[in-house]
Design a binder for this molecule. Structure first.
Ligand SMILES: C[S@@+](CC[C@H](N)C(=O)[O-])C[C@H]1O[C@@H](n2cnc3c(N)ncnc32)[C@H](O)[C@@H]1O
Length: 552
């Protein structure tokens, strides 16, 4: 057992055994009665075969910790497996105060006949719900056999074995027996990014969403798959409450969850945990608790931003928002914030300009270069803003480009180049292939893989992710930009002096309020959020003195 664990459980340091390996942990779980819970799989049998059993005194010491409400098995497992080892499986166990608050909220809404805990880990939700609902059966679902064994042990210690089944299966493959009463879906679906999801499962997401008449993005993380599977399993009268990363509230791929939560599910409560609070101790992630009904309902939706974890308390607290506002909103995190009133004479930036994120190259080490570093025709090399720092250093106006790096942007075909230039390009592409430039996710999803397709120069460039407000720079030098900056493109041609005044006004007036704060205080403005910044009416922008007055 690690020193940290000993500190957590000081009385164990006097016991005459420690847990230093996963096998020892599993042996303790068996000693605690893991095998009593239904669903013991071949994998679990193999893992527990011929393990030396720990002493009864040691097992009893752990048992009393579990009965006192702790989860020493889960805690020790998280210490034996580093965050990096757990990340591909999205294994971050939930602190007790969330488990408690979520179970209490569910109990206010329904008395379930069955509890489903998808991605049960060491069984924190299964145990809490099993105790809270003494007549419910419990189905805990997990793909990690070690975690499943730990969940079994916890359920057995709490005398829930006779009502519980642990299934070692992917949640997306689960089918539930029909029952007469309500099912409660409760848990913390794994946060796994789409890069770590195999293509067959992404295809499942798309076709399963289609079966509900919905569109799914292949960029969706695993928690989106869990919401979808829940929507497929849930029946009218069922209830759900999940804690997940809050990304889906706002990003494009989250649209599927937002749609699912209006049909066939219905969001009942959204408790957005202030990102600065870092709700999970061992990982920098955002969190939202979403309570939902298993069928469309008409009630209003409760939305709250939780500013202090001590305030978590009752999850039915918050502002009541009419359901149609959710259906109409592209971003849901803003629903928890009061909208600033628009002063007279101001318009939203989006009325004047479209904001576009810069292009993603897919491999900056290949496509971003310096003059003289590659042998390519000059017409495929574009002076480009590749670091936010270059905008900060511009002093508000980008007058020249000679100090900037170059992005290699090749056209789809090369016929219009001279034969020697074509050879230079082919030579470069062969080298790029040896550096894996054709293999990345972006390269494989664009045609042809070598065309970065930079956007046209934007008259105003903006930083959008920093621990400071965004900076807007008038792009007099017509530099291109990649995805470290957003470009502002006027909807109608605007004179240079109006653009300069606009950039200056935006830099001096933009506060962080419109952006989204990620864990750790980093603030990010999505293009649509930037379009909602308020700016003076174009007539006023044409009068620099009037704008100066507004800024005073
Ligand atoms: C965020 S953890 C939550 C664990 C536990 N419910 C808790 O809250 O403490 C997610 C769990 O889901 C499991 N998991 C990952 N992919 C899964 C899948 N496709 N089906 C079922 N479980 C999965 C992981 O192994 C991990 O234990």
């Amino acid at each position: 057992m690690t020193l940290q664990t000993l500190a957590l459980f000081p009385e164990l340091s006097t016991a005459y055994q420690t847990i230093d390996t996963v096998s020892e942990l599993v042996a303790v779980a068996v000693g605690l009665g893991a095998e009593q819970v239904t669903g013991w799989s071949a994998d679990e049998k193999r893992l527990t075969a011929s393990l030396p059993l720990p002493s009864a005194a040691f097992v009893n010491a752990i048992k009393s910790q579990i009965l006192a409400g702790a989860d020493p098995l889960g805690d020790i497992y998280c210490q034996l497996r580093s965050p990096a080892e757990r990340r591909p499986h999205g294994a971050t166990y939930t602190p007790a105060q969330f488990v408690e608050a979520m179970t209490a909220w569910a109990a206010e809404q329904v008395t379930p006949q069955r509890v489903v805990d998808p991605g049960c880990g060491s069984g924190r939700f299964s145990v809490a719900a099993g105790k809270r609902f003494p007549h419910a059966t419990i189905i805990a679902i997990e793909t990690d056999p070690i975690a499943a064994i730990l969940a079994r042990a916890n359920l057995a210690v709490h005398e829930l074995a006779s009502r519980a089944t642990v299934m070692l299966i992917d949640y997306r493959d689960v089918a539930l027996e029909p029952i007469d009463g309500p099912t409660l879906f409760i848990g913390n679906p794994p946060y796994v990014r789409h890069h770590d999801i195999v293509p067959a499962r992404k295809e499942w997401l798309v076709s399963a969403a289609k079966s509900l008449g919905l569109h799914a993005s292949q960029l969706a993380g695993l928690h989106v798959h869990f919401f979808l599977q829940t929507a497929l399993l849930a029946r009218p009268g069922d209830l759900g409450i999940f804690i997940t990363s809050s990304e889906w509230l706002d990003v494009n791929y989250g649209e599927l969850v937002r749609k699912l939560l209006t049909y066939p599910l219905s969001a009942l409560t959204l408790q957005i945990i202030d990102p600065k609070l870092q709700p999970f101790p061992d990982t920098a992630t955002t969190a939202v608790i979403t309570g939902f009904a298993g069928s469309p309902v008409t009630a209003q939706v409760t939305v709250r931003q939780v500013e202090h974890l001590e305030d978590l308390g009752a999850l039915s607290r918050g502002s009541l928002i009419p359901r149609h506002q959710l259906t109409g909103a592209q971003r849901w995190s803003v629903l928890s914030q009061p909208r600033a009133a628009r002063p007279a004479g101001f318009v939203e930036l989006g009325e004047l300009c479209r904001v576009h994120r810069g292009q993603v190259t897919g491999a900056n080490k290949v496509w971003v270069t310096r003059a003289g570093h590659v042998d390519l025709p000059g017409e495929v090399l574009f002076s480009t803003i590749t670091r936010a720092q270059e905008l900060f250093q511009s002093g508000g106006i980008l007058h020249e480009v000679h100090h900037l790096k170059l992005v290699i942007d090749l056209p789809a075909t090369f016929e219009h180049f001279t034969a020697p230039d074509q050879q230079r390009i082919q030579r470069f592409l062969r080298l790029a292939v040896t550096r894996g430039a054709d293999q990345g996710y972006i390269a494989q999803h664009r045609k042809p893989w070598w065309s970065v397709r930079l956007h046209a120069p934007a008259p105003i460039l903006a930083t959008y992710m920093a621990r400071r407000p965004p900076l807007f720079v008038y792009n007099a030098a017509q530099a291109r930009h990649i995805n470290i900056a957003h470009g502002l493109y006027p909807r109608e041609t605007l004179p240079a002096d109006v653009l300069r005044t606009l950039a200056k006004f935006l830099s001096r007036s933009a506060s962080l309020d419109g952006g989204r704060t990620y864990a750790g205080g980093l603030t990010k403005f999505e293009p649509r959020e930037m379009e909602r910044l308020l700016i003076p009416h174009p007539d006023v922008l044409a009068q620099p003195d009037a704008v100066e007055e507004l800024l005073l």
